[in-house]
Ligand binder design. Structure first.
Ligand code: ZN
Length: 108
């Protein structure tokens, strides 16, 4: 089972984050990624940011508050195929450790 993938570019790894329900990416120039042990070091920190709920919006809809969501802050250690969410994460899995899900081709 592949949990940490290189779907687009050699050296740019992605994994699916069950806390954010989205993928996160790490670059081998910054992180050490061991695919054999499914471990990424050091920790991965994804800052909270605003994003559109729908990429196809145009015009005034781009700035309408109801079309903008705030993603969670997500701080984790990926070790031996499991993801440990640190307490400074702002999603529901903060403080928990869960299995990293399988990477499948429908993820991005
Ligand atoms: Zn996350």
């Amino acid at each position: 089972m592949i949990r940490i993938a290189q779907p687009y570019v050699e050296g740019l790894y992605r994994f699916w984050c069950p806390g954010c329900d989205s993928s996160h990416g790490v670059n081998k120039n910054v992180w050490h990624v061991d695919l054999d042990t499914e471990t990424i070091t050091p920790s991965v920190l994804v800052w909270s940011h605003k994003k559109l709920i729908n990429e196809d919006l145009e015009g005034d809809a781009l700035t309408a508050p109801e079309n903008v969501m705030t993603t969670p802050r997500c701080h984790s250690f990926v070790t031996n195929g499991r993801i440990q969410f640190l307490d400074d994460s702002t999603h529901a899995l903060a403080g928990q450790t869960v299995d990293l899900p399988e990477w499948t081709s429908d993820k991005s």
